[in-house]
Design a protein around this ligand. Structure first.
Ligand SMILES: O=P(O)(O)OC[C@H]1O[C@H](OP(=O)(O)OP(=O)(O)O)[C@H](O)[C@@H]1O
Ligand SMILES: Nc1ncnc2[nH]cnc12
Length: 289
């Protein structure tokens, strides 16, 4: 079965805890960009609602918005306009200061990047607080752009960015990863996906995760399938431990017991390349409760 768009994108996005500051779950799209299939699906998703419509310019926000925006502009046969961090553009610019999830910055664009009345789509990889995108909207409007929409691959809904942009009268297109990431960050304090396994002490699973090491609990996501007794999961669910076969994030070792048995199953986890996938083969060792 073809994986859903959400699963494809979510599996291709890497989450780095505490980068660039403690407490930030950094959503790294370099893994998505290097995955040809995920990259294409992300671009198709951004392009799809506007195919056949008159779009004059795509405005991409430095840096990740350049990569996505360039591909979208090509697909829509539109021009591309860079919105850059301050001090990088050679001609006359309009400039604005803004705040983001982890700091303050200034951005600018060429005064003649968009002509008054041109139809523009704003593109970036991610909307968090919406500070960056809202500033970009103000810059574009300052030079007379007619902003049709703002599009993102990732929306971190708890930070209210979408509402901020909608408050400025800009339609936001960012739904496909929204729900998945919300749940993803809800069930694991470091943004990792539940793989149906837990340490014996019930305090998280992967030894390499500083938060699990510190004892933060893993919470089962609401959308995960219930444990299946036919796969040897059900009865002993709270106490089973697993070793991923093709999973670089192996769980902490458990003592072997004569009464334990191993079952091979497929669960969300890391594939052989270390990327998240909706289904990887894992070996589950079922212990008596
Ligand atoms: O919604 P916000 O809270 O404003 O945050 C979103 C912005 O933050 C990231 O860029 P960043 O400023 O990290 O720059 P980069 O792309 O150059 O790394 C991201 O690519 C968005 O542009
Ligand atoms: N959590 C996050 N991950 C990646 N980029 C971001 N920009 C703002 N917040 C971010």
């Amino acid at each position: 079965m073809k994986p859903s768009l959400e699963d494809t994108l979510l599996a291709a996005i890497r989450t780095i805890p505490d980068y660039p500051k403690p407490g930030i779950l950094f959503r790294d799209i370099t893994t998505l960009l290097s995955d040809a299939r995920a990259f294409r699906r992300a671009i198709d998703e951004l392009v799809h609602p506007y195919a056949g419509q008159k779009v004059d310019k795509i405005a991409g926000i430095e840096a990740r918005g350049f990569i996505l925006g360039g591909a979208v502009a090509h697909q829509l046969s539109a021009g591309f306009v860079p919105i850059r961090k301050k001090g990088k553009l050679p001609y006359e610019t309009v400039r604005i200061a803004y705040s983001l999830e982890y700091g303050l910055d200034e951005m600018e664009m060429h005064r003649d990047g968009v002509s008054p009345g041109e139809k523009v789509i704003l593109i970036d990889d991610l909307i968090a607080t919406g500070g960056t995108a809202a500033a970009a909207v103000q810059l574009l409007r300052q030079i007379g752009a007619d902003i049709i929409a703002a599009c993102f691959v990732i929306d971190l809904p708890d930070l209210g960015g979408r509402e901020k942009l909608e408050g400025l009268g800009v339609p936001v297109n960012a739904d496909r990863v929204r729900r998945a990431l919300r749940e993803c960050s809800a069930f694991s304090p470091c943004g990792r996906r539940w793989i149906g396994a837990q340490r014996r002490d019930g305090r998280g699973c992967w030894t390499e995760c500083c938060r699990c090491q510190a004892g933060a609990p893993l919470i089962r996501p609401s959308f995960a399938r219930p444990p299946s007794p036919t796969r040897g999961e059900g009865r002993s669910y709270p106490t089973f431990t697993s070793t991923a076969l093709s999973n670089s994030m192996t769980l902490s070792p458990v003592e072997s017991k004569a009464s334990e048995r191993s079952v091979s199953t497929r669960q969300p986890g890391r594939d052989a390349m270390g990327r998240w996938a909706s289904a990887v083969r894992v070996k589950v060792t079922v212990s008596p409760a």
